[in-house]
Design a protein around this ligand. Structure first.
Ligand code: G3H
Ligand code: ZN
Length: 283
């Protein structure tokens, strides 16, 4: 069965490694992420954005995740990514999600606390873990777009108050990464990560993991990040593999002929991230 993130995030924080959230966008993503995790015996989180939820349908989404958990025997959490309302979070929990993110970062600090608290109260009553967000993460993911100029870093003292009032299980803090691939290199504020990791028992989450140089990810893990989200890098790898097949052969019509290489490319991306995050053998 699917498990809440509390089945593995506390151990990750304690052991100074991070568990990967890989976004699931269709069957091939679910299969690739699961295959990589099985090969390396790692816990994993399927992240599902509201856009992906609309694309796949909630029934298919839950069925795919449950099949992955059953087939692999691994601790897998099915997690709503950047949930925008109490209603969406509850809909997901009712359908079988084991974890939800409520992203109230575009609200005022006080409203973010109040709204996140409501989600935590309901989710915890059903054994579901909750991730909150502080500061605003730049870049684009599905229909959520934040101009880099308007992205703002999380403040450690706000993170402490946010945790104390909401009791979230995981907290995404804006520390300089952005959604999507980078034009240049991100400027990650490792000091903010360290300070928040020490100050609260919840796991600190790094969003926008795609395209961040390996060395910076290693430093973020050393600073104590316990969960790292990756989406775009899998999308890019899958699409490139499909493009290569179609460019090489104009007569292909069987989707399996290009989806198989796409899936393989994603297995490689996910395996390299799991190794980088340090969660090999932690299932
Ligand atoms: O919430 C999902 C992630 O933050 C994904 O970011 O597409 O830059 O890897 P990414
Ligand atoms: Zn994100």
């Amino acid at each position: 069965p699917l498990v809440s993130m509390n089945e593995f995030l506390p151990q990750a924080k304690e052991g100074k490694y991070a568990v990967g959230q890989f976004n699931m966008n269709n069957l091939e993503f679910a299969q690739a992420i699961t295959e990589a995790a099985m090969e390396l015996n790692s816990p994993i989180i399927f992240g599902v954005s509201e856009g992906a939820l609309k694309y796949m349908g909630i029934e298919y989404t839950v069925a795919l995740a449950e099949a992955a958990a059953k087939q692999s025997g691994l601790p897998i959490a099915l997690h709503l990514d950047h949930g925008s309302s109490f209603e969406v979070a509850m809909k997901c929990i009712r359908a079988g999600f084991s974890s939800v993110m409520f992203d109230g970062s575009h609200h005022s600090f006080e409203d973010n606390i109040r709204l996140t608290k409501e989600v935590v109260r309901a989710a915890h009553a059903m054994g579901v873990s909750v991730e909150g967000e502080l500061g605003t993460i730049g870049g684009t993911e599905d229909d959520i777009s934040v101009d880099e100029k308007n992205a703002s870093l999380a403040k450690p003292e706000e993170a402490i108050r946010f945790y104390e009032e909401t009791k979230v299980d995981a907290l995404a803090i804006a520390v300089g990464t952005a959604h999507g691939m980078y034009a240049g290199e991100p400027n990650i504020h490792f000091d903010i990560i360290e300070e928040v990791v020490k100050a609260i028992p919840a796991s600190v989450v790094l969003h926008g993991g795609s395209g961040v140089p390996d060395e910076m990810i290693r430093k973020a893990v050393q600073a104590g990040v316990g969960k790292i989200n990756v989406n775009t890098e899998n999308q890019v790898a899958a699409t490139q593999a499909i493009r290569d097949v179609l460019n090489a052969d104009g007569k292909v019509y069987d989707p399996r002929k290009y989806l198989t290489p796409a899936r393989k490319a994603m297995v490689e991306v996910v395996k390299s991230k799991i190794q980088l995050f340090g969660s090999v053998g932690k299932a």
